[in-house]
Design a protein around this ligand. Structure first.
Ligand SMILES: Cc1cc2nc3c(=O)[nH]c(=O)nc-3n(C[C@H](O)[C@H](O)[C@H](O)COP(=O)(O)O)c2cc1C
Length: 397
């Protein structure tokens, strides 16, 4: 029988009050890299709204792992402000996870310690053009070893900050995903080639994080089912990756897709908010590029409820470990269906940005559904004073 999504569940050694997770959605609430009061309130409200676990988004494991200069980065000084977030979430009866990532070459951060950003292989970085970072170099052995150490150190600090779990970002075209993707990892050494070679860094990161946090502490991995472009990671390899991560002791996989530099809206589906993206863009050069080439390079994908389900089923068939279904889950009906399909948890992004109290409503009303229209303005404007739903009306001055 399918589990009740609204009854307590276990993730590793952690007890959760239900099986609904707020997935990582970049909050834009860490000016200067410091978690703000707004971030505390954002996650408190989600916990008050009933989520089993909320995920604080996209924390870089090192200063050079940031996509934007204002992004949160795990340092000792970040622990105290993050402790305020986890305390607030715990007081509301929820659990908190921290998403840890490294952007690789996908950066527009001018304040890097090296002139060129680093990734698996030499590449152009159009996204970094306005920051004077249009080219990225291949990492050497020392730099790869440093990334592994940085993930371990950041996970240790996350635990110190009171997080109940960490989520390693292996998807969406950031560093670990760049290593996994055949088109962006053209290395001929032990860190490239077949899936075993391309997965060596992500698996090394997982191993190191496990050493630091110890057994039982939940480590989730957010992975791509498909990158969404020719030459990218395909389902066959993502199923293989799931088996490798299961064998290495990951506690759960959050199944996503898309490559931010190539197929950003493969992640989200729904409306392409080009006008709002142009409006929100701070760099005049990037604004112009979006105006001229936006329609051509940013493809639109129609929204469907539970849009990753068909591909996620293939992973479900291949592994026994807990799986989190993500992508277009907007209603109690979707949540029940995910349980019937054999998924252990569901993760919701936009539906909970629109309706932070949705889980409480879903618990008592089988007809409950989010008001989100997948207009994706929250995506276009996330870095404009904090992520929010446009249906709430104009942003307060
Ligand atoms: C405003 C916004 C910001 C996002 N930022 C992140 C992020 O920092 N890290 C991440 O892994 N995914 C991010 N995502 C993607 C979501 O985690 C999720 O994969 C996607 O929104 C699909 O889920 P949904 O249909 O429930 O919204 C973001 C999504 C939105 C809407």
């Amino acid at each position: 029988m399918a589990p009740n999504a609204f009854a307590p569940a276990r993730l590793g050694a952690l007890g959760l009050r239900n099986r609904v997770i707020k997935t990582a959605t970049y909050e834009g609430m860490s000016p200067g890299g410091v978690p703000s009061d707004a971030l505390v309130e954002h996650h408190r409200a989600l916990a008050a709204g009933g989520v089993g676990m909320t995920t604080v988004a996209y924390c870089a494991v090192s200063a050079d792992g940031r996509t934007f200069a204002d992004q949160m980065c795990m340092r000792r000084e970040t622990v105290a402000p993050l402790r305020r977030v986890t305390d607030a979430v715990h007081r509301e009866g929820g659990a908190a996870s921290l998403q840890l990532g490294h952007c690789g070459w996908f950066t527009k951060n001018a304040a890097l310690s090296t002139w060129f950003p680093r990734g698996p292989s030499l590449t152009l970085n159009q996204y970094g053009l306005s920051a004077g970072k249009p080219l990225a170099l291949a990492m050497n052995e020392g730099e790869i070893a440093q990334v592994v150490e940085d993930f371990g150190r950041a996970a240790g600090l996350a635990r110190e900050a009171g997080f109940d779990a960490v989520e390693l970002h292996l998807g969406h075209g950031y560093l670990l995903s760049q290593f996994l993707c055949p088109a962006t990892n053209r290395r001929s050494d032990a860190w490239g080639g077949d899936l075993g070679g391309r997965a060596r860094l992500p698996l090394g990161v997982l191993r190191r994080v496990r050493e630091v946090v110890g057994p039982g502490y939940p480590i989730l991995c957010k992975t791509n089912l498909r990158d969404g472009f020719r030459g990218g990671l395909e389902l066959e390899d993502s199923v293989g990756l799931a088996k490798l991560l299961e064998a290495e002791g990951a506690d759960a996989l959050v199944l996503s897709g898309g490559f931010t530099s190539r197929t950003p809206f493969y992640l989200f589906r729904g409306r392409r908010p080009l006008a709002e993206m142009i409006d929100a863009e701070k760099s005049p050069l990037q604004k112009l590029a979006l105006r001229w080439f936006g329609k051509k390079v940013i493809r639109e994908y129609p929204f469907e409820e539970m849009y990753f389900l068909p591909q996620a089923r293939e992973v479900r068939r291949a592994v026994q470990m807990p799986l989190v279904l993500l992508g277009g889950i907007v209603s109690r009906e979707n949540v029940d269906r995910a349980m019937l399909e054999g998924f252990d948890f569901v993760a919701l992004g936009r539906a909970l940005i629109a309706d932070p109290d949705l889980v409480r409503r879903m618990e008592s009303d089988p007809g409950a559904r989010s008001r989100c229209t997948h207009c994706n303005v929250c995506v276009a404007e996330m870095d404009r004073g904090g992520v929010r739903c446009v249906l709430d009306g104009p942003r307060p001055a």
